[in-house]
Design a protein around this ligand. Structure first.
Ligand code: PMV
Length: 340
């Protein structure tokens, strides 16, 4: 059986940075994101004797995967097997998988493609084991988390949390939807100053987070109020509150990154300039817009629908930047024809 799942990235408003268990990708704190409507990634999976992973770009050309990338798929499948064993359905997963990825995510645009790839893979694996036992969405989110923590959140559309849980059980961190995509139409205008691939990926970065003297304080802030404030802002559609809490958290995460050993500097002079300029534009024109940055120089400008045209114009006024416009999306779909 060949199954194909279509997924999209998500942008975190409360960032996941640092694990309490790196091997199992069990996060140190809760996180929260908005699933995006595009760009999409299609992942097909079918049973095979040996693992093979093939990846093509939107123009149809082949993307060569490094040995480390293939190893990550191998390790993820082994972890998925371990989780399915805990659910007593280990034998439902075939010996190995043939995986075909067709990504419409332009390379280096700062739209985390791994979240979309691993959530699609999880959805595909769930379909393969379905004949033995159907998995609930939160169980599929656990499968996704084993490949990339943030991938767990792309299982759902709308606004989604990844609840960290407490113990070292493989299933203790799961995603949950706060509201679907119809609740609040927020747009994400993505401003990409550089398409250069980052030198230290997030898997390595998470492992360094605890070396920062500011790590514990950030986790405490998320646990004591920040995550709750963010959920509250979304439920009440309070943009001012969302802006305050999301900007506080992106600043805090980058502070942790820059003070870890070795320091991780993902933001560039261009990032800081774009943030300064959008901040002064919002003051001048009283525009509802917030900025947030993941592990790269890309700036995500999130705004309600009625501000999107102005933010779009601002983004296009930025020299030498690639712009990508997307909005809140519905999350996963399984493609009926089974082809990627
Ligand atoms: O899922 P990972 O391991 O790629 O980590 C994601 C880390 C951030 O994008 C920086 C934050 C987040 O919560 O998405």
């Amino acid at each position: 059986m060949l199954v194909t799942a279509r997924y999209t990235p998500n942008i975190a408003l409360i960032k996941y940075w640092g694990n309490r268990n790196n091997g199992l990708r069990l996060p140190a704190a809760d996180s929260l994101s908005m699933t995006l409507s595009e760009p999409t990634v299609d992942v097909s999976v079918e049973a095979a004797k040996y693992l093979s992973v093939r990846s093509t770009k939107s123009d149809g050309t082949e993307k060569r995967l490094s040995e480390a990338q293939i190893r990550r798929f191998q390790e993820t499948i082994e972890l998925m097997r371990r989780y399915l064993e805990a659910l007593h359905i280990k034998e439902a997963l075939p010996e190995s998988l043939r995986i075909s990825i067709h990504s419409h995510i332009p390379p280096g645009v700062g739209l985390a493609s791994s979240a979309a790839v691993f959530s699609a893979l999880a959805r595909g694996v769930a379909s393969l084991v379905e004949e033995t036992q159907a998995l609930a969405p939160e169980e599929i989110s656990v499968l996704a988390r084993l490949g990339s923590g943030s991938a767990a959140r792309s299982i759902y559309g709308g606004f989604v949390t990844l609840e960290s849980g407490e113990d070292n059980d493989i299933a203790s961190a799961q995603a949950a939807q706060i509201t679907d995509e119809h609740h609040w139409e927020l747009h994400d205008i993505v401003v990409i100053p550089s398409e250069e691939a980052k030198k230290i990926g997030s898997t390595e970065g998470h492992a360094l987070a605890q070396t920062s003297p500011h790590f514990i304080a950030r986790i405490e802030a998320i646990r004591s109020h920040r995550q709750r404030d963010c959920i509250d802002a979304i439920q009440k559609k309070d943009f001012e509150k969302l802006q305050r809490v999301a900007e506080e958290d992106t600043t805090d995460m980058h502070h942790v990154m820059m003070t870890s050993k070795p320091p991780l500097r993902y933001l560039t002079e261009d990032t800081h300039r774009i943030v300064r300029e959008v901040t002064s534009l919002r003051e001048k024109e009283h525009l509802p817009v917030l900025y947030t940055m993941d592990a790269g120089p890309t700036v995500h400008l999130i705004c309600p629908k009625d501000a999107a045209d102005k933010i779009h114009a601002f983004a296009h006024s930025q020299k030498n930047c690639l712009i990508y416009a997307t909005k809140i999306g519905k999350g996963a779909t399984l493609l009926a024809d089974g082809s990627a």
